[in-house]
Design a protein around this ligand. Sequence first.
Ligand code: ADP
Ligand code: MG
Length: 300
Amino acid sequence: MDRNKLISVEALTRRFPGLNGGAPVTVFENLWFDVAKGEYVCLIGHSGCGKSTLLNIIAGIDHADGGCVIVDGQEVTGPSLDRAVVFQGHALMPWMSTLGNIAFAVRSRHPRWSRAKVREHCQRFIDMVHLTGAEHKKPAQLSGGMRQRVGIARALAIEPRIMLLDEPFSALDALTRGSLQDEVLSICARTRQTTFMITHDVDEALLLADRVLLMTNGPLARVAEIVVNTLPRDRNRTDLHRHPNFYPLRNHLMDFLVSRSDQLRTRVEGIDPRRPPLVFPRAEDGPGAEPSVVAERSHA
Ligand code: ADP
Ligand code: MG
């Protein structure tokens, strides 16, 4: 493969014990995909298909029952400051201020830094997510959007090689979500941050992602398709929908979520799991390709 892989998920399997001693439930089995350095990858799938479980295994806070995650050539065996996680709930320490929460993470990354250096570093990221003035507020004194900003600033402040985001905007109202998406977009464009994000919002995925992984329903969930985002990289929320590729891509993702997730799972069963997922659009499809038959195409 010619892409510069930073994360490689290889034959990953996770099972949970069945209820009341019943048969174990296989959330996913034999999952394969990778994320290149500097790439923004979104994972879309229905609730309960195993997205958070997958993200937690990549983060090193859950374990696999088979297969492995390789980050930069090393197998993941536990959490690392190289991989920062933003959880769906903000997961801030409630007794600490905005500054305190961020500084705590920065000090664990740079234990030798002086107080002044930590303070200055934190301030840069507080300003970046537009929380200037809220440095000394506790999470309870902040709105949901502001708390989520603290979580994002905390993750960015440790300057991780990889950001792992688990539905970071889903609990927010539409206005706040939009402005945070814009910020993340501009931060990622500036820093070329490698990011793996879970979402169930198709528009969010098309705004932020370079590639969108489509996960089928569990149990035995699979990454059935990888959709390459062909919208120009300098896209923004206000003119995204005017691009001729926008609706073909959006319809394709919606169609997957609305009706095809189950069908695709049956279709891909029995196929060699190492077979690469279908990729849409293919290079030869060109811009604005008609996506409606992609799932039927056999993969050469
Ligand atoms: P998603 O994030 O896609 O909504 P999750 O990864 O949270 O899904 O969960 C996937 C499946 O695994 C669900 O059916 C859930 O009930 C099950 N599951 C998650 N964690 C555990 C656990 N610790 N023990 C048993 N089952 C679990
Ligand atoms: Mg989840």
